[in-house]
Structures are given as C-alpha cells and as structure tokens.
Design a protein around this ligand. Sequence first.
Ligand code: ADP
Ligand code: MG
Length: 836
Amino acid sequence: MPSPIEKLQKFFKLEAERGYDNRAVVGGLDKIVPAWDTEAQTLNYPETLIETVRTRLLNYPNLESEERSQALADLLTLLKEFQSEHPQLAANQAQPAAPRKPIPPARPKPARPVEAGPADDLLPPPPAAPNLRPARPVPPKSEPVQGLDAPLTVISGIGTRYAQSLRSLGLETLNDLLYFFPRRYDDYSQFKPINRLEYGDELTVLGTIQSIIVRPIRGGQSQLTEAVITDGTGFLRVTWFNSPYIANKLKSGDQIVLSGKVDMYLGRKVMNNPDWESLEQEHLHTNRIVPVYPLTAQVTQKNLRRILHQTVTFWASRLTDHLPNSVREETNLPDLSTAIRNAHFPDSMDSLTAARRRLAFDEIFLLQLGVQRQKQSWQSLTAQVFEPPAGWLDEQIQRLPYELTNAQRKALADLESDLRSGRPMNRLLQGDVGSGKTVVAGLAAAVVIQAGAQVAFMAPTSILAEQHYRSLSRLLAAEDGSNLLRPAEIALLVGDTSEAEKAAIRSGLADGSIRLVIGTHALIEDPITFQRLQMAVIDEQHRFGVAQRAALRGKGENPHLLVMTATPIPRSLALTLYGDLDLAVMDEMPVGRMPIETHVLHPLERERAYHLLRTQIEQGRQAFIIYPLVEKGEREDDSKAAVEEHQRLQREVFPHLKLGLLHGRMRPDEKEQVMARFRDGEYQILVSTSVVEVGVDVPNATVMLIEGANRFGLAQLHQFRGRVGRGPDQSYCLLIPESENAVENERLVAMEQSSDGFVLAERDLEQRGPGDFLGSRQSGFMELKMASLTDVRLIEIAREQAQKLFAMDPELQLPEHANLSRVFDRFWAATKGELS
Ligand code: ADP
Ligand code: MG
C-alpha cells in the first residue's frame, strides 16, 4: 500500500493528466481530505504539513483550472521537501484506519447467509435472492436515526474490506448511502441509433465494440485509445486521450454504453472522451431509467446499484419525514420516502424531477435555518468599538484624488456603523468590477489602524495582493509622516516573499510594529501571530474556502470581518447564501467612466478586430487577448491555445509589436513579472488565459479581445471586460465565439446590451441555473448535492419557509420539530459556527 504521501502524489499526477478537471478523485480532490487527514495524523506528520494540504485541497474546487495546476505544483514541492527531510516518516503507511466514530449497529449483524458465496466481499453475491431482502432486522421505531447511523457492514454482502472501498466515496453509514445520489440517469428508451446521430448531439449510444487499440501519439509522449463501435446501423469512432487502461478493460465483442458529444473528424462522426460503462443487461430490462453512480476503485456500478437498490427498498418507506407537515403542504413537495426512492430509482422523469426538487428544497431550507442561527450568534458576540474623532474620516476622504461616489459613501457609512456597533462586523461588500471597493475597505481599515489595532487584507493571487499593497500604501502611508502610516508599517506577504523577509514580517506582526499586512493565503499558512488583529478583509471572497476565511478570522479575537466580491450575485441568491452576512451593494461607477463599446464578431471578422487593436496601439494604448482554457483530452495542457496563439500573433499578425504571454502554468513570480511589464507598457498586447480575470488594474489598456467567448459565462465575460475602461480613454470589448452557433451567440449579445454586472448575472442564472453561484458558497462547509440543479424560485420558497419557521421556533425546541432538529444537527455537524 502506498504511504499517504505517495497517495497524494499519485492523485495529483492523475489530476494533472486529466487537465485539472477535479475528477481524479470521485467527487473532487477535496473529498480525500478527511481520510488523508486521519492517516496523516495517525503517522504524526507535522501539523503544518497536514494543515497546508487540508486548506489547499479544500479550496481546490474553487480554483480556476490554471490556479489548480499551481496549487498542486506547490503541494508537490512541499511533499518532496518533506520526503527528503523525513524519508522514514514519509514512507510509512498508516494501518487501515478504523472508522473515526464507530457507532455500533443497533443489533448485531445477521450472519452472512451461506449462499452468499466466497468470503471475499469484493465479489458480488449471487444475484437471485438478496436483492429485496431486508438489509437488517427492522429497528425499533423509537430510534430511527440511530439505525441510519449504522455502518455499512450491516448490509449483507458488505464486509470490512468492501466498506473500506466505499469509504473513499464518502460512504460510511446507511444514511450516507441513502443520500449518495446518481451522477446521471440513463434513460434507455432515449437511445439513438448510430446512423441517426447528428453533429453536436449530446446523448447516449449503445453498441458493440468492433475493435479497440492504443496507439502512441506526439512522438510517444501521449497515448490515444481508439475504438470502433457498431450497433448494426453504423459505425462510430471513439477516442480516449491518455487512458490506455480502458483498452485493458474492454475487448472487441463487449457491449458498452457511451455518453458524450457527437463530433466530426475528417467528415465522420466521432465521440471524444465519452463516459462509458459496460452494458448490464439485467438492469436495462428491469428499469427504464437507470441510475449511474460515481465510482471508485474496487466498486463496480453493478454492485453499487445492487447495494443501493437493496438499501433504498428497505429504508425509504421507513424514513420519518423531518419537514413539518405544514411546510410540505404549502410547498406541494413529495414526502421524504417518495423523494429518496425516486431520486435513486425513478419510475418516470416527472417523479425524478419532483424528488430532486424536494431534496433541493431540504438543502436550502436547512442552509437557511443555519444561516439564520449563525447570524443570531454573530450578533451575540462583542467586538471592540472603533470610532475615530469627529471629522477624522472626512479629512481622509478629502485627501483622495477623486470624489467618492454616493455608493461608496453609503457603503463606507455601513462599515463605520459596524465598527462602532460593539459587535463584530460581518459584512459582504458587493460591487461590480471597477466600482472602487478597495478604497472603501482601505478607509475602514484606516479607522481601525488609527486606534492602534492591526488589519489583515487577504487576496487570492499575488498579483492582486501586490496591487492592493501599492494602492493601500498610496492611500495610507507617507515617508515623511504626513499620513496615517509610514511605509515600513505596511507589509506584503505572498508565497514568494523571501524567508528572511517573512521572518521580519512575522516578528513585526507579533510585536505590533506592522499595522497593516496584505497578502495571499500565505497569511494563514505561515505560522503568523498578530499583536492585535481587529479587522480582516478578504477580497474576491469566493476564491477562498470557508476554512481559510475562518483561519484568518481566528488570528484575532472576534475581529471585524469584511468580505468583498465583484461577482454580482443576484439579490435573492445573496440573501439565501449569505444571509448570515450583512450586505452592502455598490451599484454605481465612479464618474467619468466611459461605457465600454462591446461587439460580438463573427469568427470571419477577426481581421477587423486586429485592425482595431493596431489603431489603438498606434495611439499608445494597450490590449488584452484572452483565450479560453482548452478542454481536457485533446490538448496536452491548459495553456496550449494561448501559447500557440501567442507565437502565431507575434510572427504573423503583429510582428512589429511586443506581445506578452500569461498563463496558469507559469510560476507566480513569472506571472507577476509579465503583468508588471504589461502594466509598465513594455508589452503592447498581453495574450492570456483566464488567469487575468481577477481585479488587475492597467488604466492604459483599452481593448479586450476575447476568443472562444462562447465558453465563458456572462458574469465571467463581464469580469474580463472590467479589465479595460479603467482610464480616461474610450475602450472596446470584442467577443469572438468559436462558431456561428446562433443560440450561443445570442447569449453573447447580452454583453452588447448591458454593462451592468447584476443584469448579466441574472441572465446567467436564467440560462445556466444557480450552480455557478451556489458553488462559490458551498465548498468546505456542506454539500449542496441537489440545490445547484434547481431554480431560483424554489430557492426563494425555501428561504421564506425557513424564515417563517425560524421566527416561530428558532431553537427547534417544539416537539413537532424534534426530527427536524436532529437532521439539522447532522447537516451542520461538520462545521458548527464556521459559516463565513
Ligand atoms: P474594484 O471594485 O473592482 O476592486 P478598485 O478598487 O480596484 O475596483 O478601483 C478601480 C479603480 O477606480 C482604481 O484605479 C481606483 O483608484 C479608482 N477609483 C476608485 N474610486 C473612485 C472614485 N470615486 N472616482 C474615481 N476613481 C475611483
Ligand atoms: Mg478589486
């Protein structure tokens, strides 16, 4: 067995091969944290190592693909260092860990029936008898929750070894199993024969493998698995990139099910990197809609489906519904038993939809109850009061080279009143890109600093941290003592800060001689202590996990907390997801900003775009050209499109200009250098992938050209657009989609019509659902398995219901809420009190 270190290395390698799609581990890399943690603790790895791995991995799903590669590279370096420093320790293996909280089954497990066959529990028992047999004796009615907390080994056919494999899917108890939902459903009535496939179809195909081979490509650096599938009506060529193991699992003559997108290659229909599964006859014939579950090594679809069928069949009807009847009646949702049954084995698509609605409702409802409670408990804490002398803040505002907008004044007034309140500020400052959040946060920080306390300011990337460092230094510091601080009292702490400098900053923060520190997650990963941290500011908060926000806050005693975001979350969603935070919205741009002229161009009109770039550059301006990340599989790495296009543009299109290149595979210091050179005008054009997204400020840039624009959400395109139009000159945003696909391109036209991030976010929400937005909140503190699939209306209904219930029984003490209270505790158990 590999050591915990080797396991990580293996996962990371696999993840890199997959192009950082966060699918090397089922459910996402963050899912390995609990098991890994336990093993690492057992082996007494250093706490700092464990902590770093934990925070980095928990945040991993939140990162853009490019940052992911960086995050893993960083961790690999760390692991390497650890291996060379403690070779013995790093090679040790943990003993198979016992379940962390072993809860004995309510009753002893029934002896395995003799006909269950060989003792090896990886082998499925014979199919005939066990399917509908109760998993275990009926538990006494009085302890339903205890029954569902029983370990999986109570199910016949699951022994300790198999239970171990299921653990890596996050399954430890019967309850986990009931809430382990299919990642998709195959509706076998919806198949299309191969001869009727059309380009662009996304569907399932069923056929027999005629041939399957693996061949080396790119001079042997990569491998392509190629299969030809037939269903009697035609042939389909299927390829998988760098997955030679598939050829070991499949052979010609096997029947398989493929799900994916139909593409064209040399005039013929192909599928690239489809999901695949061996065909399982018995389920096709018994169920029309078949659940397909996430898998892991040693757990087959067939076996898992059998176990779930058995468990759901037995348990679903025995579940007590935790939703009060009144709520269920008012919302017209199915009861829990029906919902769980139909979420796994639906008898129609309608019953599936209703089931998912109900389960999504539960998640939002419980989330909202928790958020309400959290808010109440925040409000019961005391914090230090900060109230500057009368007129002091106005003086600071007078020093600014510009007038604050009304929105900025209003937001600042909110922050002032929070600081005065004696309760910890817990506020989300939401403002479109360029609305001027930094100065507002900076002025609030000034209030805290002038009273002698310290402030920490955390940003997701070093480029951004450095930018804040410079603008806050400009705002708050002067060499000659004519401002609040001296330059030496402000520090910048990022990953690349030298060890010597870090040590100096650490001691300056500990003894209070540094009053304001700006940094990346280095702020929480390094063992930093503050003399008196009274305010924490987190910029682009959605890029941080809950654990990281809590870690920063934990460096002080009930410090005031300000989180900022440029993601314009629609209000109804913000209230649901961030209901524990007070909201300040800046919906106004500084005066004098000219609207950015935006055009969607056809791919054939690219030359026009280049012409505009040239004209602008002749006038001394600069331009961005953005390329999307290339999807996994076909390309070797994410940055390839940008790298190739950079070369082509430099050679063929703009031979007389200087073009910089920025992508996620570059080291942070390299990125920083390129950004700095662009900012300083050494490059006229910056070719970049989406790493440039976050708030970097280059006022002289006036053109934002986005290739493959259809691949981005409107909210993200709006963020890109916000990179230009920051100076006095007319700016342009040109969107070039990959194809003439009418629907997609109509979506992009919204960018021409609106410059309001909130409007665009609403559109995104209508078109793509709330998944993107929910994702930003969910990591680390709970899993919204169903809610991201649902609609905003349901979210609003769930919020209303939760508020009503909270108003009536905030502690869930009424007897009719006893069940709800138990489910609530279970739902929130992992992260009590650590919401934001
Ligand atoms: P964001 O809200 O996107 O973080 P920034 O804080 O980076 O925006 O501000 C964007 C730019 O606008 C900065 O260059 C900043 O100096 C400038 N700025 C901020 N407030 C005003 C204002 N009231 N008037 C003019 N310029 C402003
Ligand atoms: Mg910003």
